[in-house]
Design a protein around this ligand. Structure first.
Ligand code: FE
Length: 132
């Protein structure tokens, strides 16, 4: 597949908001996402390629308005990169398999990591444990 065919394919398979956030480094409005405040046991997968990224076991309520995790469940599937956009220095988080933008990670999370992976709901797909 060429790059433009790949882009077309993603546009057909993702909602406009999923496409905007995962492919164009967008951010869903705070408190708007379907997984903010969700405590259902299960695993969160990449909306684009389906690999596991986070577990409900490391999800916590940060009060930020976005789903927050103190660590990825699959280290190899989550990659970070320094991000200088929006006049800030932040650490961007993306899927290591398909490069989908997930969110950002901040050093103000709870122990044991002290990290807050601040992730867009639209980048994620929750698979509840009782359905696995
Ligand atoms: Fe992915």
């Amino acid at each position: 597949m060429t790059m433009s065919e790949k882009k077309e394919d993603l546009k057909n398979n993702l909602s406009p908001e999923e496409y905007y956030v995962t492919q164009n480094h967008g951010t869903e409005p705070a408190f708007s996402g379907k997984y903010d405040g969700v405590k259902t046991p299960g695993t969160y997968h990449c909306i684009v390629c389906g690999v596991e990224l986070f577990s409900s076991e490391s999800k916590y309520d940060s009060g930020s308005g976005w789903p927050s995790f103190w660590e990825p469940s699959m280290d190899n599937n989550v990659e970070t990169e320094e991000d200088h956009s929006a006049g800030m220095i932040r650490t961007e988080v993306h899927c290591n398999k398909c490069q989908a933008h997930l969110g950002h990670v901040f050093p103000d999370g709870p122990q044991p990591t002290g990290l807050r992976y601040c992730i867009n709901s639209v980048s994620l797909d929750l698979k509840p444990s009782d359905e696995e």
